[in-house]
Design a protein around this ligand. Structure first.
Ligand SMILES: Nc1ncnc2c1ncn2[C@@H]1O[C@H](COP(=O)(O)OP(=O)(O)OP(=O)(O)O)[C@@H](O)[C@H]1O
Length: 165
């Protein structure tokens, strides 16, 4: 394999390692992903335009990327300032605030999109016609999401990471 291709594949490998690390160790990341999956299910009841789907995908990416940047900032702060430090607190609090702003913004836009009467009507129609299937599916989703969100974590000490990961 040529050097540029190996280097490109290497960049993907480390990026996927970062994504996997956040999913395995950040509860908030798993909450965002569970909500995203729920939203994908809900989309089946709505007839969104291509632009509305694009907006939903953009919101998923925005919130998840913000959460990952927050984790990156927390990790660097832990590396540089393991003890109590007012500046460390400030950096973490500001990063957490940024995630909150993205998540609240996404929730507000989501509410506006999903308040569409046509979609709500279809949702209620399916609920009325197939209650067992509908509520069984909803409970199944909630149980799986809870199991995913509260999976035990094995947070790594950043100083112990391997160099090539
Ligand atoms: N080194 C530190 N010095 C001072 N305050 C800190 C320090 N580390 C954390 N804090 C405070 O504790 C809060 C929680 O920090 P922590 O590192 O546990 O992040 P978190 O928001 O709980 O992230 P997560 O649970 O996603 O790892 C921070 O927002 C900050 O206010």
């Amino acid at each position: 394999m040529s050097r540029p291709i190996r280097s490109l594949l290497g960049s993907f490998k480390v990026a996927f390692y970062g994504i996997r690390y956040c999913i395995a160790n950040e509860r908030n990341m798993r909450i965002h992903l569970s909500i995203a999956l729920g939203v994908v299910f809900l989309c089946a009841f709505y007839s969104f335009s291509a632009a509305q789907y694009a907006l939903i995908v953009l919101l998923f990416c925005m919130v998840i990327a913000a959460e990952m940047l927050n984790t990156a900032i927390e990790t660097v702060v832990n590396l540089l300032s393991p003890g109590y430090n007012h500046l460390a607190k400030l950096a973490k609090d500001i990063a957490a605030g940024a995630v909150l702003i993205c998540a609240v913004g996404a929730a507000v836009i989501g509410l506006i999109l999903f308040c569409d009467p046509g979609g709500i009507g279809r949702l209620l129609a399916v609920m009325g016609a197939h209650p067992v299937l509908f509520f069984g599916g909803a409970i199944g989703y909630l149980l799986l999401a809870a199991a995913f969100i509260f999976v035990p974590e094995q947070k790594q000490n950043p100083r112990q990471g391997k160099k090539d990961e």
